[in-house]
Structures are given as C-alpha cells and as structure tokens.
Design a protein around this ligand. Structure first.
Ligand code: G6P
Length: 388
C-alpha cells in the first residue's frame, strides 16, 4: 500500500495531485479543438474532423463518442439523482444546464428512492455516482426506469452496476480513487458534466453561445490550470492560522454554492470538525446566529455575484468571524477585504469553481493531517455505501 502512495503520506493527497492527469483523461478526445487550443465548432462530419470546419450549423464543439448530436433530442425533462460528493457535482450540472436554458432538478438519491419524482418516456434521469454502486442511487435509477424514464449513469467504474443497468453511460475516466473522501472524481465529474451539459443544451434547447465556446476552451486547458493550484503554500498558511476553531462555515452563490457544500463535506469527513456549507444568501436566515470570532468562514468567489457575496463577507466580519476568500488572483477588491486569501488563476466562473474546490481540498487535508486523523479511512464512513 505504501508503494502505491508513492511520495505521499495518504492516498487522498496523492489523488488531489492526480487531478491534472484525471482531468486530461476525462476530456481526452471529447472537445474539438484547433491547433491553437480553441474549440472549433463542429458537427462531427468529415470536414470537421479534418479541422477545417469553423462554424458548422448544428454543431457544439463537444465530441462525445457515446452521444452524437441528436442523442437527446426527445428529452423534455432532466433529473439528477446522487449522494454525497456526487450530489454536489449534480447541483453544479443543474446550474450549467439552467444557464443554457435547460431546466433540471437534482435529488438526493436516498429521498428519491423512497419518493421518486414523476417521470415519463421523455424524462432523462442521470445518476451521478463515482463507484456506480451506491445503493440509494441504484434504487433511484431503478425506480425511474420503472416509471418509464431513460436512465444515464455518469460514473468512474466501467463495469459498475449503474453502468450496466442504465440505458446510457458516460465514464468520467478519473482512474481508481482509494481515499474515502472523493477528490479527483469530483473534478472529473464536474468536467464531464460540463461536456454533457453542452450536448444536452444543443439537443434539448438548441442552445449555443459564446459562453459555451469560452467554457469549452477553458475545459480543454483545465489540466494545466489545475496544476497551478496544487501549490499548497497558501492552504498551509490558512491551516496554521485557523486550525483550532469551534466550527467552519463555507459560503458561495451560483456554482460556488455546491463548491461551498463540497468544501464543508470534505472538511467534516476527514477532520471530524464541525463544518457546514450554505448558499451565501441563506446566512441571514439562520446560520448567522452561529457566527462568532471562532467560526472561520470560507467564502468562494467564481467571478459571478461578487458584490453580493462580498456583502455577506462584511456581515460575518462585523460579527468577528475571520473570512478566508477563495478568489481569482486578479480580484484585488476581494483579496483586500478578506482576512486571508486562497487564490486561483483567473478563469471562466464554471472553471473557477473547480479550481476553488481544489484549494478547499488542500485545506481540509492539511487540517486533518495536523489533527492526525486517519485521512484515507475516516471513522464510520465507506468509499461506497452499498446498503440503503
Ligand atoms: C460515500 C462516500 C462519498 C461519496 C458518496 C457517493 O458517502 O464516502 O465520498 O461521494 O458515497 O458515492 P458515489 O460512488 O455514488 O459517487
């Protein structure tokens, strides 16, 4: 086992470092890119594959072998079912779709399995599950299929039950993940959802946009961008300053909301310290009552809704809480306002979410390491929960 960890003390730390490779595998061959690395809009035709089609009508820059254009033309409703970290990835996917004009709903699989949402033949139910074996997610997918829905497994494991049982499967190709706390698979799920959302948007809502083009261009260079966030100097400084507090809060808006929830989940799973993730706008509806000088608040900024989240930052600072901003390295206003910054390269907001999450993974890891927790196998938790 030690040999497999290489130079790292834990699988989790190794898997955090493997994210550039995992992401490169996730996107490989799935984004049509020109030599300059800009996505070329294609329709998968011969001309496109020669690279000389720059803007073919009906094209979208995504080249998913398993889902050619039109695959989802009959879909009129989309639901996500998932648990844990995969649920946060699904929430992210829902937001990407919403911005492309496609509405989707996201359900915690433990709930959906008991009381499924209504479906019909035109409903696509996407099970987001790293292992493809989570009992609640499998049961949800089975219930959806019984109701007549088309099912799709977004998973890391090719021979998994979810992949075998669903009508369709998309593999995130992150490589094996040993640490119980999901890290690289979250990043690969999110990148996969970025691609899948573009296909769905094209097929379901006939949507294409400059924003799609920009997002695909940045997804195609995400492995290199993530590499730049793996320097843990800032995370270690934050951990030194804020590692012995009462509670840890994580806030964000838009796609930063699932990132805040994921940051808190990672933190509590491996440090055993209390941590909660909230939508930043929700603070004043309850959580603010818990904010004190001993509750650091991690505020995630992606470049959208900056002013609103900054006003939340000031609200908690006024109550004495230290704020750690996860923010673009160019955003002086935020960096000057927060008490400590975890910076990320300037990026499309949907990509910034992935980068911010990597910083939060590093913080959780180093707090847990300082506290000498069994990081790869936290008490009471399992990599894959195969009972309902
Ligand atoms: C367990 C794991 C989590 C994981 C969740 C869903 O709770 O500890 O890390 O996110 O299951 O797993 P799945 O394999 O369905 O993504």
């Amino acid at each position: 086992e030690d040999a497999e960890k290489g130079r790292y003390d834990h699988f989790m730390r190794k898997e955090i470092s493997e994210q550039p490779t995992a992401l490169a595998q996730t996107i490989e061959g799935r984004i049509d890119a020109s030599e300059e690395g800009e996505p070329i809009v294609t329709d998968g035709s011969e001309a496109a594959s020669r690279g000389d089609s720059v803007s073919t009508p009906g094209a979208d820059g995504v080249s998913l072998e398993e889902f050619p254009p039109g695959t989802f033309a009959d879909v009129s409703a989309i639901q996500f079912v998932a648990c844990g970290t995969s649920y946060h990835a699904a929430l992210y996917g829902q937001q990407l779709l919403a911005r492309r004009g496609v509405s989707a709903q996201t359900f915690r699989a433990g709930e959906y399995a008991m009381s499924p949402a209504p479906v019909d033949d035109d409903t696509l139910v996407i099970g987001v599950t790293q292992s493809g074996e989570t009992a609640d997610t499998l049961e949800s997918l089975r219930r959806a299929a019984e109701g007549g829905a088309r099912t799709l497994a977004l998973t890391n494991v090719v021979g998994s039950t979810a992949a075998r049982e669903c009508d369709d499967a998309m593999f995130i190709r992150a490589g094996p993940e040993i640490g119980v706390a999901a890290t690289k698979t979250f990043s690969s799920q999110v990148a996969s959802l970025g691609l899948l959302a573009e296909r769905l948007a094209r097929d379901v809502a006939d949507s294409e946009s400059e924003d799609s083009r920009q997002l695909l261009a940045e997804l195609s260079t995400l492995p290199e961008t993530v590499q730049r966030v793996l320097d843990e100097t800032q995370a270690m400084e934050v951990v030194d300053r804020y590692r012995a507090m009462d509670s840890y809060f994580f806030i964000g808006r838009g796609v930063a909301h699932p990132v805040a929830m994921e940051g808190a989940l990672k933190f509590k799973e491996i440090t055993y310290e209390h941590a909660e993730g909230f939508a930043a706008g929700q603070l004043k509806h309850g959580p603010l009552a818990l904010v004190t000088p001993n509750t650091p608040v991690f505020a995630v900024f992606t470049g959208r809704h900056t002013d609103k989240t900054l006003s939340n930052v000031r609200e908690v600072q006024a109550r004495g809480a230290p704020v750690i901003g996860v923010v673009s390295e160019d955003n002086r206003e935020v960096i000057d306002t927060v008490d400590a910054a975890l910076t990320i390269p300037e990026a499309h907001p949907d990509v910034a979410a992935v980068l911010a999450n990597v910083q939060l993974q590093l913080v959780a890891y180093h707090v847990a390491d300082y506290l000498d927790r069994p990081i790869d196998k936290p008490r009471n938790l399992a990599k894959s929960v195969t009972v309902e």
